[in-house]
Design a protein. Sequence first.
Length: 132
Amino acid sequence: HLSFGRLSKEDAAAACRRSLIPDARLNRARISRSSLRISNLGLEGAAPGERATLHAYLNLPEADHRTPADGDRRIATLEFEWNGRPETRIKVVTRKTQAGIGEGEVALTLVSERPEHRFHFSGLHLEILATA
């Protein structure tokens, strides 16, 4: 489990870059399943009923709303209709995580496709299951 912290409503942003160094015992060859979980994801600058799209990139800290969504560093795209209330969003990202995690630091960048949509969350996580 890699936890990248929170982003408060007061600090809501159109892009968020977080990094950490995972436990040295993590072996990417043994990753059997992984998912991106964004707890209590909320939006500012979006009206209820409006569509929103967020892209998550692994080890591409310079990503922003102009970054092509079809690149190999994009691990997930979350598309949803904003209902006016924060919700937890989960996306399976196993194959992309296996290819993107190496030795050393792991950077996770979350980007809104529309810069006027600023997001906040109570937790940003990569949940990784590995075989023994």
